[in-house]
Design a binder for this molecule. Structure first.
Ligand SMILES: NC(=[NH2+])NCCC[C@H](N)C(=O)O
Length: 484
């Protein structure tokens, strides 16, 4: 393990499953409690959520787990006290003096409040937000009078300290995966496809360029340029040629290999730019592009598959080789002739041989190649399928993020408790399945520890969280992982 001093300002991720050491997460802020039915879809929520249940009953478990794995002293032996009603969740509030304030589990809200103490940063960021949100001159002036902590809350939630709403919240800021991705020692910032996520990108840009925690990263920040002369394109063509990329479509699977999705959110133009930049800068030598259908169900590739350990992946059966086999037995599918192969396309580019891309027929082929060739797993690759491939649970559970798991270390992943059939599939693959509350109890009484856990799926309560359409993979931006 690397010493604390060495890792303090370090950002380094070379896999999806190496032991997690530093992560960026954003606890649900008051903006999530302001999603109204008429805007829920525009703001990319499937429903309105009950904020207190989402925080206290669900998300706080995620925080406690992360702290137990990454910064144990903050929580060990203190959980009763932390969660005592009288303490009003102050431990979880970045603006409160009792905030857990970890340098391993980091909230962008905390970092933002810090950089807004600098007058020049504050002036520039407020001007940018006001331009994006089309604020009046008066609002612009009022924002500049707010102290950093209040201003931070307003910029995130859209609500002034006097409770007036001045612009939309950014409820998807809890999905920190999408705002940027660490690729080896670089960070790739996103270019959101959806208007609802524009302000998140702006705040993130300011945090990475200005916070002292990231001072060594300044020349390693990658921003994807628009295609040349994009501003000369007629409006009608702009959309089809736009450069958009969200982190849920980017996975660094081995130090040399990046997987990138081409999806509802990430455009072919962005993929092209990313490949060029990564090859030019020698950051990776291999990029696999996975084209998935542009569908709300699968907004990013990490809604379809994620890695569990070197030789195990969880994925959606209907978009896999397995799905193709099932379709062959289905008369309706044969009549409609919509083959998996037509819906999913996988092309791999190797630096220096860009003109000879390699094609993979099925997702399982790509994932096996990663496990066996890149990661030298030394065993046949195993696949856990959403809903245990039982009709109609594959699709149902994928919708509630059965395939979107965060690995805390190799083989120990976090998922949602509502995906029963997927949990069953994990058990059949030899995994232990345990609820977050029960596991935390065992950590507290010393029955087990994060080091001792192996092959485990930890389940978070998820009735509210899943309405926001993202799982633990989406709700985390790994900043530092041990190499595997
Ligand atoms: N990496 C992910 N899959 N993120 C999920 C984001 C969910 C969010 N509501 C959106 O639609 O943008």
């Amino acid at each position: 393990m690397q010493s604390d001093k060495k890792t303090a300002n370090q950002v380094h991720v070379t896999s999806e499953v190496g032991t997690l050491r530093k992560v960026m997460i954003h606890s649900p802020d008051s903006g999530l409690g302001k999603v109204v039915p008429s805007k829920a879809q525009d703001w990319l929520f499937e429903d309105i959520v009950h904020l207190d249940t989402m925080r206290r009953g669900e998300y706080d478990y995620f925080v406690k787990l992360l702290l137990y794995f990454l910064d144990r002293d903050k929580v060990k032996g203190k959980l009763k006290e932390i969660d005592a009603l009288a303490n009003q969740r102050n431990f979880y509030k970045p603006e409160h003096p009792d905030y857990f304030n970890s340098n391993k589990v980091i909230d962008p809200q905390y970092l933002l409040a810090h950089i807004l103490e600098n007058e020049s940063v504050k002036t520039r960021l407020v001007a940018s937000v006001c331009a994006v949100e089309r604020c009046s001159y008066t609002i612009h002036e009022q924002l500049l009078t707010l102290p950093p902590t209040e201003l931070t809350k307003t910029l995130i939630s859209g609500t002034m300290p006097d409770k007036s709403m001045i612009f939309a919240p950014i409820p998807n800021f809890i999905f920190t995966r999408d705002i940027g991705i660490v690729i080896n020692d670089h960070i790739l910032l996103n270019k959101p496809a959806k208007i609802a996520r524009t302000r998140e990108a702006l705040l993130t840009q300011y945090i990475f360029y200005n916070h002292p925690v990231f001072k060594d990263l300044r020349d390693k920040i990658i921003e994807i340029p628009e295609s040349e002369h994009h501003f000369l394109l007629p409006d009608g063509e702009k959309d089809s040629k736009s450069v958009t990329l969200e982190g849920g479509d980017v996975m660094i699977v081995s130090p040399d290999h990046l997987v990138i999705g081409c999806s509802e959110r990430t455009s072919p133009y962005a993929v092209n730019q990313v490949i060029k930049i990564l090859f030019d800068k020698n950051i990776v030598n291999k990029v696999s592009v996975v084209w998935i259908p542009k569908k709300r169900d699968y907004m990013h590739i990490d809604t379809i598959f994620t890695q569990v350990k070197k030789d195990v992946w969880v994925l959606l059966g209907s978009l896999s080789r397995y799905g193709e086999e099932m379709e062959k037995q289905d008369l309706m599918e044969s009549l409609m002739d919509t083959k998996v192969k037509d819906r999913l396309k996988i092309i791999q580019f190797i630096k220096g041989k860009e003109d000879k891309p390699i094609h993979f027929e099925y997702l399982e082929d790509l994932l096996s190649a990663i496990s066996e060739n890149d990661l030298k797993s030394g065993k046949p690759t195993r696949f856990v399928y959403s809903g245990n491939n039982e009709f109609p649970f594959g699709a149902r559970e994928q919708w509630t993020d059965s395939c979107n798991l965060l690995a805390l270390k190799e083989g120990v992943v976090v998922g949602y408790d509502r995906n029963d059939k997927t949990a069953e599939a994990f058990k059949q693959t030899g995994f232990t399945v345990i609820g977050a509350a029960e596991l935390l109890g065992k950590f507290e009484n010393g029955e087990t520890s994060p080091e001792e856990l192996e092959n485990t799926l930890i389940l978070l309560p998820s009735a509210e969280l899943s309405r926001a359409r993202g799982g633990s993979h989406c709700m985390s931006m790994p900043l530092l992982r041990e190499s595997i």
